[in-house]
Design a binder for this molecule. Structure first.
Ligand SMILES: Cc1cc2nc3c(=O)[nH]c(=O)nc-3n(C[C@H](O)[C@H](O)[C@H](O)COP(=O)(O)OP(=O)(O)OC[C@H]3O[C@@H](n4cnc5c(N)ncnc54)[C@H](O)[C@@H]3O)c2cc1C
Length: 374
């Protein structure tokens, strides 16, 4: 691809930068793992939507600007560089939406996406179960046929943002006789529906960043099934490939952190002991940026995200841990004074786990990308 931006992309980048400089809150919002912070972040999503900046690459009819994926990557770079608030809508915008674009009906897209783009409906991902994390095909929660829809029963866990979210997308076993990866159905469910119990799980900091979800004969109408009943695994791979390969973790976040690390290193008098690791983090973030430009070029030429998304996930999850460990070593006890580096480090530790653990990604790369024997 041509790395020189055309006038349209360069102009958009300038517009985004100017808007963020004007509008990013001067005082950080409360954490979106708290009830107050969640609502503050919801209001921020609405403000982004008013400026048509919440989903820039979506078609205009759903609240976007019909921007290219490259322009979306540029938007993300500006967004993180401006230290704008975390996206409380990220599960919906970056995982469910690409799934609906690929597998949803027109009715579903029109019903779901505009409300998602404005933060009116915030989504949680309900996949993991107590005995089905890495081995998601082992899930036991069921969807049973009933008139006009399905009845959900079972338990999900580690659902980020579900403590306060409005709806969830999840996988349920609809054919108990089918082989493991078959007979799964992908549904959207209202977390306030009768029969749903949301039990918050506190994180290390005590805030309920996760929840367990219990379903007791919860009715889901047919119109809330994505793709064909029983074909949920195929649909779920679209979600997972987006989570790992592009949209959930764009380079902007790592570029901003690497640039901040370089500034810290200069301010600390350029200590030789950490010079190489700081340079590695900076180069790693730029390498990921270039790789992402390659990914968006491929997608814009009609390509699809496949198992190579696992390579991407391994790269960014390792990069994030290394970058934050370097920052902590560089700053020593000073890192504990402000929350920025310690919070970032704590979150980086989750990178090799969520979205499929790094061990599982390595197996996927070995078997499905390199063709090695199981
Ligand atoms: C910050 C965070 C947010 C999350 N958010 C969500 C969410 O919103 N929705 C959701 O549904 N889930 C979410 N999860 C859950 C996450 O997807 C699971 O934790 C993950 O899939 C791993 O599953 P597990 O925890 O059950 O671990 P296990 O599957 O029990 O794995 C334990 C260990 O064994 C290893 N292991 C297991 N099987 C194999 C194998 N075959 N080969 C090699 N090694 C193996 C794993 O790599 C891991 O190191 C989140 C997790 C975190 C940390």
């Amino acid at each position: 691809m041509d790395l020189d931006l055309d006038d349209r992309a360069a102009g958009f980048r300038d517009e985004v930068r100017a808007w963020l400089a004007e509008n990013v809150p001067k005082t950080p919002l409360a954490s979106f793992d708290t009830a107050t912070g969640f609502e503050e972040h919801r209001a921020w999503e609405a403000k982004l939507a008013d400026a048509r900046l919440s989903v820039v690459s979506w078609p205009e009819e759903f609240g976007g600007q019909d921007r290219t994926l490259l322009e979306w990557v540029l938007f993300e770079e500006e967004y993180y560089a401006a230290r704008a608030p975390g996206r409380v809508s990220q599960n919906g915008i970056f995982m469910l939406a690409p799934t609906l674009f690929s597998h949803g009906t027109d009715e579903q897209r029109h019903r779901i996406l505009p409300a998602m783009a404005r933060g009116q409906e915030i989504w949680a991902q309900a996949w993991s179960e107590p005995e089905a994390g890495s081995d998601i095909a082992a899930l036991r929660s069921t969807a049973r046929r009933t008139e006009g829809g399905w009845l959900l029963t079972g338990q999900k866990t580690w659902s980020s943002r579900a403590s306060f979210a409005d709806r969830a997308f999840g996988l349920f076993r609809s054919d108990p006789e089918a082989r493991r990866h078959h007979g799964l159905t992908y549904v959207m469910v209202d977390l306030r529906a009768e029969g749903v119990t949301v039990r918050p799980i506190p994180q290390l900091d005590g805030e309920p960043g996760f929840a367990e979800l219990f379903f007791d004969d919860v009715f889901v109408p047919d119109r809330d099934v994505i793709g064909e009943p029983g074909e949920g695994w195929r649909v779920a791979m679209t979600t997972a490939n987006n989570e790992r390969g592009l949209s959930l973790r764009s380079p902007g976040r790592f570029l901003a952190a690497a640039d901040a690390l370089v500034r810290e290193w200069r301010d600390a008098g350029r200590p030789a002991g950490t010079a190489e690791r700081v340079a590695d983090a900076w180069i790693g973030a730029r390498a990921y940026q270039l790789y992402t430009f390659g990914t968006v070029s491929r997608l814009e030429a009609g390509g699809k995200l496949g198992p190579e998304s696992s390579v991407n996930k391994l790269f960014w999850s390792r990069l994030d841990v290394d970058l934050h460990e370097t920052a902590l070593d560089l700053l020593g006890p000073e890192a504990e004074v402000g929350p920025e580096w310690t919070d970032g480090w704590l979150f980086s530790l989750a990178g090799p786990i969520y979205g499929g653990t790094d061990q599982i990604q390595r197996s996927t790369v070995a078997e499905r990308v390199l063709g090695l024997p199981r």
